[in-house]
Write a protein that binds this ligand. Structure first.
Ligand SMILES: [Zn+2]
Length: 123
């Protein structure tokens, strides 16, 4: 459901990798359905594209420094609540430096922390 944005690669990500410290990085993703497709144009009529719909976060799991694990959070907005009615949402209290609430949990390894003032803070 995450659409493409203008970027130097074509995976839908937006901008560069953010470094939150403690080995945790993040990358924004936008949501922009292909409105040249009739069914999308009808389904999403009146719903604006979301420049920053969510963010992936990644880190090295404690038991394998060579791999990365992490998760994805969707930011709260009226558009996101319309498009993703069953999702959990994170509130962006500040974009720069980023502060998110509530905390983030990696479902792969269980790492748990907050992003506050642009830094990862372990719970
Ligand atoms: Zn993890």
């Amino acid at each position: 459901m995450i659409g493409a944005n203008d970027d130097d690669d074509d995976d839908g990500s937006l901008g560069g990798l953010m470094d939150f410290g403690s080995g945790v990085t993040g990358r924004f993703y936008g949501w922009a359905p292909d409105r040249t497709i009739e069914s999308n144009r009808v389904r999403y009529a009146g719903i604006a594209d979301i420049e920053k719909a969510g963010m992936s976060f990644n880190h090295s799991p404690p038991d394998d420094a060579g791999k990365r694990c992490g998760g994805f959070v969707t930011f709260d907005s009226p558009e996101a609540r319309t498009v993703f009615p069953n999702y959990a949402f994170w509130v962006v209290q500040s974009w720069d430096p980023m502060t998110l609430t509530p905390s983030l949990l990696c479902r792969s390894c269980g790492r748990h922390g907050f992003i506050r003032q642009g830094r990862w803070v372990n719970c």
